[in-house]
Design a protein around this ligand. Sequence first.
Ligand SMILES: [Zn+2]
Length: 446
Amino acid sequence: MKITFGFLLALISISSIVQSQPVPRPVKQVLINNVQIFNGKDEKLMTGNVLIVNNLISKISPAPIPTNKSAETKIIDGKGKFLMPGLIDNHMHMILAASTLSQMQQGEVGAAFIRAGVEAGNTLYRGFTSVRDLGGPIFGMKQTIDAGVIPGPRIWPSGPMISQTSGHGDFRGINQRPVSLGGSLDHSENIDACIIADGKDAMLVAVRETLKRGASQIKLTAGGGVSSSFDPLDVSQYTEEEIHAAVEAAADWGTYVTVHAFTSRAVNKAIAAGVQCIEHGQLLDEATVKLMGEKGIWLSIQALDTAGRADFSADQKQKKKDVANGADAVIKFAKKYKVKMAWGTDVFFNPPINKDQNTYIAKMGNWFTPYEVLKLITSDNAQLLALSGNRSPYREGKLGVIEEGAYADMILVDGNPLNDINLMVDYDKNFVLIMKDGIVYKNTIK
Ligand SMILES: [Zn+2]
């Protein structure tokens, strides 16, 4: 092969792209001195120092922590700034969020995955060290992040969302027949964005197959959706028997089923079938929220924008508005009945708003004090992650807290978000240090 100048230039530019966001080299010990520590649980801060050994928090002390002064200890002066656990987003679609619907359906699959890989790094640099992925072909991304190939958060993968024919996870066009009626698999099924399964037997296969591939929890669509084309919001999806089959198969693997559902009809059926977590729930009535509180069912809520995506139909835009406006009443009910709450963003097929992930944190300030918001997005969210039990991919240390033995996933904030939750929004400026698994990804402390 003749090596031309142009070829060399292309090589150089490719390597500079690849090196633009490297995974930093791990250091054996990191000592962060002089920080105000929010431990993820208590409103009261502690002034002190934190020693990280490998990937875990080894010691927290108000007194100076001696080190062996070896070259392998990196010492960071925290300058009295605010140290908190890394952020957790409990409802993401990391592959689907990096592309538009048409890019995902009609574009090159490889391009969609590369965009998603870049966005994984962006997510970590927004301070998110852990995410629960609730539908999409995510297993490969998780593997490459864990292997240190690209920067990104820890991922609790659901894998393909499981949907009935005509359900929220059925992306087929109106003229495509389902496989069970002689049709062929849709592109969305071929790339594992979803599995369409009808009936108890098909459900068992779908759940078992998804668990085999590494799902930490199972995501079903149990009611109408905003972005889907054919299912009105008021419909419920799957029979109780089908949902219960999924719950049993997940329980056999020590994990749980969470469902996409907005309405009381859909949620009551899911609860009767043994589901432990509800995604969304913005259209629930008070009695159903009360039942969730009594039964200890998790509500994974989002503060959505009322505006829909540019490619939404008038009908989808109206659905989006109805759902976004429903959050106010439901969050108030959930607080009243002490429902276990988790938080996530649920952004997908709308790449320009991915950078607003932190803005949705500040929006929770409409219903919660800054302290409650910070606890929600750290230790509360981590409790929901822990529901995956032995199927959780990361079981060496605790998450969402700063305590000895916990994973060293932390961010250092310039300013005190307990006084001003809006400090979460400008992550680029205000998050001066980002650490995941003991590795310093960002350090701009001045
Ligand atoms: Zn979702």
